[in-house]
Write a protein that binds this ligand. Structure first.
Ligand code: ING
Length: 313
């Protein structure tokens, strides 16, 4: 890819429990073809984009949900997407549930280049929600029960000549994620999300749920002089409602393209990676301005604690 290219975010509307992977992959291919028709050379799909958001369900036996996981990638159901993307010369980011050969469960995403080669893998680090059943709620949010914490860190990968960082959903709310990716030279951060309106314990006004989603993307982009592209699984899924708001954000923090609907929708932005340069040479010239010797609490502490005494005598 050149420094300037068309980037598509493929928002995917609700996937109902009975919708099989064949049907879902057909939808993803339609979104891919629409993206290609609009000149996109890379497509971002959502988190867990091959099935319904199954962490909303309680199961006494977690293995009852193994049918929602992919044992290999690509596999027979997903291969048509890989084949079509390669034929069109389009790379993509795809989120899915990963079941490893040694039986570990991750919320995973991959980067595939325009030749169909998998260039990077990420396993979700910030698992939100809860691990135990919450009573009297419309839906659970059991990512802590069904997934292990990712063990690959936050990597940056070369995809068709550009440096791409990945994260997943709740990761986008944590500033450390973008900073670690930007310190590795990421030009673009791509992510998928599933953000239900109802998450046990999440109290925010409905309008604020969209605001804080977009704020997280914009802050991450601006404070790290990177482009950010986020694709949502959105709309109604098995009685739950997931927010839309798929968007592409420039290094200025400005939203340059955004989904209108809550269904399958392609959002395409003209990305010029060199728009990061003015920020990287001035306000966010990390090498010139950062002072990590003052940031140790970010790594040394997990939760909120007491003030550290300051000797200003
Ligand atoms: N979804 C939600 C998200 O971070 C969430 C979960 C939302 C947790 C709001 C807490 C507050 O967008 C996923 N899948 O992380």
């Amino acid at each position: 890819m050149q420094r300037a290219f068309n980037l598509a975010v493929a928002q995917v509307g609700g996937i109902q429990p009975g919708e099989d992977r064949k049907a879902v992959v057909a939808r993803l291919i339609s979104l891919l073809e629409a993206s290609h028709r609009r000149g996109a050379s890379f497509v971002v799909y959502p988190e867990l984009t091959l099935t319904t958001f199954f962490p909303r369900y309680w199961r006494d036996d977690c293995s009852a949900l193994d049918s929602y996981f992919e044992r290999e990638m690509p596999n027979a159901e997903v291969q048509p997407l890989f084949d079509r993307a390669k034929a069109l010369g389009v790379g993509f980011y795809l989120g899915y549930a990963e079941l490893t050969p040694d039986g570990r469960h991750f919320n995973t995403s991959i980067l595939v280049d325009s030749t169909g080669a998998i260039r990077g893998k990420y396993r979700k680090v910030h698992l939100p929600g809860h691990a135990d059943r919450v009573e009297d709620v419309p839906a659970q949010h059991l990512e802590k029960r069904y997934f292990e914490v990712g063990d690959l860190g936050f990597g940056v990968f070369e995809v068709d000549g550009i440096r791409v960082g990945m994260c997943l959903c709740n990761d986008r709310r944590w500033p450390e994620v973008y900073r670690v990716l930007a310190l590795q030279g990421a030009d673009l951060v791509v992510l998928g999300y599933n953000t239900p309106m109802e998450v046990p314990g999440w109290r925010e006004e409905p309008h604020a749920k969209m605001e804080t989603h977009l704020l997280s993307l914009r802050a991450g982009a601006y404070q790290n002089a990177v482009w950010v592209a986020a694709a949502g699984k959105s709309g109604d899924e098995d009685g739950a409602h997931l927010i839309g708001g798929s968007a592409v954000v420039a290094p200025s923090g400005e939203i340059v393209a955004r989904a209108r609907s809550e269904g399958d929708e392609v959002v395409v932005a003209d990305v010029d990676l060199d728009l990061s340069e003015p920020y990287r040479q001035s306000v966010f010239n990390f090498a010139a301005h950062r002072r990590p010797e003052n940031y140790s609490l970010i790594v040394d502490r997990v939760g909120r604690g007491d003030p550290v005494p300051v000797d200003f005598s």
